[in-house]
Design a protein around this ligand. Sequence first.
Ligand code: CMC
Length: 380
Amino acid sequence: MTTAPASFVKGLEGIVAAQTEMSFIDGVEGVLEYVGIAIGDLAKHSTFEETVYLLWNKRLPKKQELEAFTKELRANYALPDGMLDRIRTVPKQAEPMHMLRTMVSALAMHDESPNDNSVEAAREKSLKILGCTPAIVAAFDRHRRGLDPVAPDAGLGFSANFLYMLNGEKPTDAMTRAFDICMITHADHGLNNSTFTARVVISTLSDMYSAMTAAIGSLRGPLHGGANEGVMKMLNEIPTVADAEKYVMDKLAKKDRIMGFGHRVYKAKDPRAAELMTLAEQLARDTGNMDLYEKSHAIELVMEREVASKGIYPNVDFYSATTYHCIGLKLDLFTPMFALSRIAGWAGHVIEQLDGNRLFRPKAEYVGPHAVAYTPIDKR
Ligand code: CMC
C-alpha cells in the first residue's frame, strides 16, 4: 500500500479517519441523521432504547425486537457485586466524571472475559456498560449526599430508572420524556473527539472497557462534553437577563470563548440545539426557571449578531444546560448525563471499528533540529 504524502492538519480538521453507518452530519445545512432518520423525528417520536437499537442494528426494531432489546438492557441495570462497595470508597468531593471514568474502568474486573473482542462479546459488554452506568452515577450522587443507593427498577425504562435511582421516587412522565429526549439527542455524533478516542483505543485490539474509559476522559474536557457545565456556570454568573449582552460583549472583547457555541463541523445552528431549545423553554416554564431560558436566549441573540458570520451558533451543550437544571440535576452531573447517552455511540463505533479493524497510527511531522552533537553533562 502506498503512503499518502504527509501534510499536517491541526486538529485533524476535515480529515476522514473512519467510516460509519450510524450518524450523518451536514454541518453547512445543520442536519443530523441517525441511520438516515432526522434527529428531530427521533426526538419527537422515538425512545432512547429504540434509538440505541437503531444505532447498533442500523434499522428500527419491530415491536417484538424492541421488547426483547429493552428486556436485555433492563437485565443489565444492576451493578456487579462489589461495585457499590467500591463507590462508597470514593471521596465525596470527587468530581462525578472522574468517578465515572474510574468505575467504568473497574467494570472490566467484574467481566470473566474482558478482552474478548468478538462482535457477540462486544455487544454483550455494550449492553452491560450502557445498562449499569446510570446506577453508578446515581449511587455516587446519593453516597455524597449521605444516602443509601436505590436499587434499579427493571419495570422502568432507561430514563425513568435513572431518575428513580437518583431521587428515590418515580419521575413524572414529563420529566422522563424530557430526559429521554436528552438521551436521544446525545447518543451519537460522527467522529467527535471521544468517539475517535474510543476507536483509536480499540484499534490496538485492547478491550471495550479501555475504549469506554478513555472516551469518558475525552468527553469531560470543556471543549467537548464538559461545555454543558461551563454553560450553566456562565448562566449563574449573569445576574439578570439585562446583563447578558454586556457579559457576552466583554467576553468576546477579551477573545474568551462562550461555552455552548461553535462547532468544528456545524457552521449553522446545531439541529440538536434547536430541539433542546424548545424543550428547555417548555421545562423552564413548567418549573419556574424562565430566567435561565431568557438569559440563554438573550446570549444567543447577541452571539448571532456578533459572530454568526463566522459560523458560530449554539451547539448541543447550550440549551442542554437549562434542560438538565430544570430536570433537577446538579451542575456536575451534566457531563455524566452526556456520557450515559454517548456510551451508545461509543459502543457502536467500537463494534464498527472491530469489524475490519486497522490500527490507527498516524505520523507526527518532526519540526525539531537534526545532527545535534551530544554535549557531556559537565559541558552543558
Ligand atoms: N465563543 C467565541 N468565539 C469562538 C467560539 C466560542 N464558543 N468558538 C469558536 N470561536 C472563534 C474562535 O475564537 C476563532 O476565532 P478567530 O478565527 O477570530 O481566531 C474561530 O471561532 C474559530 O475557532 P477554532 O478554535 O478554530 O474552532 P474549532 O473548530 O477548533 O473549535 C470548538 C470548535 C467547539 C472547540 C469551539 O467552538 C469552542 O471552543 N466552543 C466552546 C466550547 C463548546 O461549546 N464545546 C462543545 C462543542 S459541541 C458538543 C461536543 O462536541 O461535545
